[in-house]
Ligand binder design. Structure first.
Ligand code: MRU
Length: 352
């Protein structure tokens, strides 16, 4: 059975605390927007799609308890709370786009005289709830498009070796995963020989989370340290790299977990195709280039400590950007739920 990172039923929301994985499996209750902001900011839940879904569901939880009967007040509160949730982490665009859509919906429902306050509430909450199933369906489509694109260039029924970075699986989404969804889809048709996952310093999403998911799913896999990527590509034939995205600019430049950019450079050097798997909710056409993406900087402690244990020399300065931007020129294709697109044809993915 697939890991369940988000447990939701009308009125209750729990998330699997990813700070404790893989050593402990504990769910945390999210009782409203304040809790939603905290679990996202502390990275108890992380991954661009999961951040958006949990943030919006935390608002659904709060609205469910709210007895307000004034639609204008509801609309105003919704806008304020969504803007607050968006501020929890700045780089992933999914929550920002979801908030914009929901604010538009609130405006429409508020202005429509035929919609009662209870209809407003019901339609608004249902729309948020729809994000869970949509994300899983989108990920499955990404999985099969990505699988077909990778297998297209292979002779006969050859097997593939994939390298991935960070965590893009069930823990980072509503389920199935994006880049990990592509890996899953290859494994389902028995064409995956092996997957390598990077440790993903400093936060270790690869070692803690992706490795955990791969072992859980019994997918043939090996963990490597981030600095082994060049050696891996030189010594073990890698068919393709597949990573996720936190924000894809209109020109195809892609922000993803720190370290992605150097993997793309190494892949180019070795002639290995480099794919980004991203739902349309990660694509920010309003941004013309990756230079305009705001990159979150995280606390030094994530670098200086492992758990409670200090590993870096006292007094050293740290720089801890959580993401980097891979230029479109290094990307072979962007795998979306609408198909696989060359970065310079990305706009077509939205228009389908
Ligand atoms: O800082 P994180 O753990 O939220 O970063 C996650 C990533 O960079 C993922 O690759 C990205 O969000 C895609 S998740 C499907």
């Amino acid at each position: 059975m697939s890991l369940e990172s988000i447990k939701y039923q009308r009125g209750t929301l729990e998330i699997l605390d990813q700070l404790l994985l893989p050593l402990q499996t504990r769910y945390v209750k999210v009782q409203g927007v304040e809790d939603g902001w905290k679990v996202i900011n502390k990275m108890q839940v992380r991954g661009a799609p999961a951040i958006a879904i949990v943030g919006c569901l935390s608002l659904a939880i709060e609205l469910e308890k709210d007895n307000c009967i004034d639609k204008k007040v509801m609309r105003q509160e919704i806008e304020g709370k969504l803007n607050y949730l968006v501020s929890a982490r700045p780089t992933a665009v999914n929550i920002k786009l979801a908030a914009e859509d929901l604010i538009n919906l609130a405006n429409t429902l508020s202005a429509d005289e035929n919609v009662s306050p209870s209809d407003f509430k019901e339609r608004f909450i249902s729309s948020i709830e729809g994000m869970l199933a949509k994300d899983i369906n989108d990920n499955k489509a990404i999985g099969s498009f990505g699988r077909d694109a990778i297998l297209k260039n292979l002779d006969g029924d050859g097997q593939v070796r994939i390298l991935t970075h960070c965590n893009t699986g069930s823990l980072a989404t509503a389920g199935y995963g994006t880049a990990l969804g592509v890996i899953r889809a290859l494994n389902e048709v028995k064409r995956l020989e092996h997957v390598y996952c990077t440790e993903t310093r400093p936060y270790n999403q690869g070692a803690r989370l992706t490795a955990y998911e791969l072992v859980h799913e019994k997918i043939p896999s090996t963990l490597i340290v981030d600095s082994m990527v060049s050696a891996l590509m030189h010594l073990r034939k890698i068919t393709a790299v597949v990573v996720g995205a936190d924000r894809v600019a209109g020109n195809g430049d892609t922000a993803n977990k720190i370290g992605t950019y150097q993997i793309a450079i190494v892949a180019k050097h070795h002639g290995v195709p480099f794919y980004v798997a991203a739902p349309l909710t990660s694509i920010d056409l309003a941004l013309t280039s990756g230079d305009k993406i705001k990159i979150e900087e995280r606390p030094d402690r994530e670098m200086t400590h492992i758990g409670e244990h200090r590993i870096a020399a006292q007094g050293i300065n740290c720089w801890n950007p959580a993401f980097d931007v891979t230029p479109a020129s290094l990307i072979t294709g962007i795998i979306t739920e609408n198909g696989v697109f060359a970065p310079d044809r990305l706009k077509e993915s939205i228009l389908i």
